[in-house]
Design a protein around this ligand. Sequence first.
Ligand code: GLA
Length: 396
Amino acid sequence: MIAQLPPMGWNSWNTFGKDISEELLFQITDTIIEEGYREAGYEYVIVDDCWALKERDPEGNLVPDPEKFPHGMKAVADYIHSKGLKFGIYSCAGILTCAGYPSSYDHEYQDARQFARWGVDYLKYDFCNFPDNADCKNRYLTMSMALKASGREILFAACNWGTEDSWNWMRSIGAHTYRSTGDIFDNYQSFIRIFQSQLPHFSQSAPFCFNDIDMLTVGMYNKGNVAIGKACTDNEYRMQFSLWCLAGSPLIIGANILELNPAMKELLLNKRLIAIDQDPECRPPYLVSQRSVKIPEEDRENAIEPLRCIKDQLYIFLKILSDNTFVVAYYNLFEQEQEMLFSFADAGIPYASGYGFTMEDAFTGESIGVVRDYQRVTVPGHDCKLYICKLVDCNA
Ligand code: GLA
């Protein structure tokens, strides 16, 4: 059985775009093993768009670009498998992929068989150039059935960007993950908007079919293919990674892990955060409170974009994990430092219950002891605080 938990891996698109090769995938594979990513849970090595030639062969088969993949895709899969990892590939439900390569429309069964022969374990299935008169749900169902008929267990990572409210039907057509939004770009507004747009839908993300809020840009610092807007700060990347973990989204790294700085590597390998994403109960986060900061009139005109377009700037979440463990998370989307107050009664633990939380900082592992009734934290601008908690009887 696959996709019992949100899939984790690496994808070529965010950093490398069309500049991909077997050499790159081999190096990424080696790095995943040698630098502890596999141990942390990252498993799929996924090649995105631009791996094929622009024409199918005379039998109608997709052909890997021989300059990029001189030994073909089976050799890539074999190498990745030999290291104990899994291989992901990309196609699209339309006539051409987003970058203009042949796509699987009306070739679903042929392509699925081809992918199975190569040893593919994961198919990202995009939505560009989809004919106006075609039926979106039916085409995703057709590829889902083609994969099931292929004789190989292949994770179906549907990617129709939320079209036709995909959260309502992707599970029933057999997808294992579904990209629910447009593309992420490597800036603060982009990932915040993506997360906010899916807040109402996380309850429709669960084992065997997860809401995929796109590949991470953590650690990219605007190097690569999705560099639009202002690069993120380290604090903003901490927000991004932890929001993805709270959401229980697939964790697909988009940064160049061959050249990642130590702080970002540590973030992507943080066991406590990953455990939040990979918790076996896969519960969505509960929004305890959301509050807007009042922007003084005189500041409004000069306010930078997120201030004008992001409505609610202070979020407090509770996420219930297995084994009587909880996460309390504070997010400050405002530019300036904010004091945030969490009344435990809002999370179902009134003072009179006699219970409190033992709390441990999810980023550092540092214990802050027992907290009861309420917690007041100061959160820097564009930053967050996350605590891993256990209920304790304070009268015992
Ligand atoms: C779309 C997808 C991206 C990426 C590109 C490739 O934009 O949403 O994730 O796969 O296509 O062309």
